[in-house]
Design a protein around this ligand. Sequence first.
Ligand code: CMP
Length: 139
Amino acid sequence: SNQNAIELKHVDKDFRSKQLIKDAVLDNDFLKNLDSTQIREIVDCMYEKAVKKGNFIIKEGEPGQHVYVAADGEFEVQKEDKVLGKMHTGRAFGELAILYNCTRTASVKAITDVKVWVLDRQMFQAIMMKTGLQRREEN
Ligand code: CMP
């Protein structure tokens, strides 16, 4: 049966990238309790994007469309123009607006040329739906 409107589209990636994404998810307090099937789908569905130095990946107050994992480079988290901290390779971010349907709680800026792994909101929700339904069918 297929009750999902969205098809889970897998993007090929090497072992090292898969491990980096998985470790980032498991290191994130809000994502680490997802089940292993869901985490594997997140790993398989993320796609890579390059962002140039100085650009914002996330802007505070906007609705959220994506979850990210820092793949390369340096990032700065800002709130009301104050710097909250820096982030490096291997951090998952942008999960709050997706999980809680709130607006972005902070801005995230590329302070070098960076690469990120990206997962679209609809894909994230389809992954949550799919494994939720599978679990229900098993009971
Ligand atoms: P979200 O609110 O979707 O978008 C901004 C992201 O920045 C947020 O999810 C978190 O992933 C991250 N973030 C928010 N506040 C902090 C903080 N104080 N330190 C580090 N990262 C943060």
